[in-house]
Write a protein that binds this ligand. Structure first.
Ligand code: OGA
Ligand code: FE
Length: 337
């Protein structure tokens, strides 16, 4: 039984110029969970057996012994920030001139013992590493056994009840203390299950799109915020001042529901040791279009419009001027009356 006594303190949280409300923590049997899931609102599910078999024995030594001897995807960063990117996007016709993109991290395939050795040998100033790998058939037997003993009945029950699509993957995250995944959104429902160590998660609802300034859709950092939370450029991103986050710190056994299209920033606590997390990613439900659209459907519509404009205009630089022509003086508030 994990106690609810705090195993961390505020000095372990990075400092940001943001206001937070706490995400509710709710016991897994409480019907309040279903109310929040139905509304696409985040909640920390406590006391469940969702990943209990993993919480009971997974740590770095255990993973080293049982993750198997295939290669794993490890991100390598000069600093603590691991901003996701997709370089394939830069080759698209939306970037005919092939504008250079400098990836902020490197991807290195390595065996689990190499990864663990690097963590053991790590000294201040060395590159940081973050293993992010989909759990697949190459894992050893002990891990496979624990995986089948997850509380699939509970997880599948929520998936059914809330009409989520199929489970697409379980990503395993093994982080060094202090590692940060900066603010982004995903197009899937997520049960984010903490197994070992402590992670702080900061979420923002989809309707804070304007405050968070996502990169353009065909940029390798699509779905990522352009705002550097540690040094926000308020001249470029003035509305970031109005962002209001929802925050929580997850410990072993806690499962955070990150609703589809909700922004999230994730950090392993400072001086808290390494962390292990498993997520459960599900496709969104069948797009049951009811009008007016809800906030995440509006983001989805904006993505589609943006994609279409880039494709038909054949030049991302033309998107802004076209939208401006369409909107200015016609849909802008100052001429409404
Ligand atoms: C996710 C996610 C980041 C992390 O599960 O969608 O963004 O560092 N995780 O755990
Ligand atoms: Fe994510």
């Amino acid at each position: 039984m994990t106690s609810d006594k705090k195993q961390w303190d505020y000095s372990q949280l990075r400092k940001y110029d943001l206001n937070f409300e706490q995400i509710p923590r709710v016991y897994y049997k409480d019907s309040k969970i279903d109310e929040l899931l139905a509304l696409n609102r985040p909640v920390v599910i406590t006391g469940s057996n969702i990943v209990k078999p993993a919480c009971e024995r997974w740590n770095l030594e255990f993973l080293e012994d049982h993750l198997g001897n295939s290669d794993h995807t490890v991100y390598v960063s000069r600093n603590h920030v691991f901003k996701y990117y997709d370089e394939k996007k830069i080759l698209s016709k939306s970037n005919p001139k092939g504008v250079k993109f400098k990836p902020p991290t490197r991807i290195v395939e390595m065996k689990v013992y190499e990864f663990m050795q690097k963590i053991r040998d790590w000294r201040h100033g060395d590159d940081r590493i973050y293993l992010q790998q989909s759990l697949n058939a190459s894992v050893g037997q002990a891990i496979a056994e624990d995986f089948v003993r997850f509380d699939w009945q509970y997880v599948n029950g929520k998936q059914d009840k809330h009409n989520w699509g199929p489970l697409t993957s379980n990503l395993l995250f093994v982080a060094m203390e202090g590692n940060v995944t900066p603010c982004h959104y995903d197009e899937q429902q997520n049960f984010f299950a903490q197994v070992y160590g402590y992670k702080r998660c900061i979420l923002f609802p989809p309707n804070q799109f304007e405050c968070l300034y996502p990169h353009p859709i065909f940029h390798p950092h699509d779905r990522q915020s352009m705002v550097d939370f540690e040094k926000p450029d308020y001249n470029k991103f003035p509305k970031f001042k109005q962002a209001k986050g929802f925050e929580t710190v997850l410990g072993p056994g806690d499962v955070l529901y990150i609703p589809i299209y909700w922004w999230h920033h994730v950090e392993s606590l400072l001086s808290g040791g390494p962390t292990i997390t498993i997520n459960f990613w599900f496709k969104g439900g069948p797009t049951n279009i009811e009008y007016p659209l809800n906030d995440h459907q509006k983001v989805s519509i904006m993505r589609n419009i943006e994609k279409m404009l880039v494709e038909v205009l054949q030049d991302p630089k033309e998107v802004g001027p076209l939208l401006r022509t369409m909107v200015l003086g016609r849909f802008t508030e100052n001429i409404n009356n």
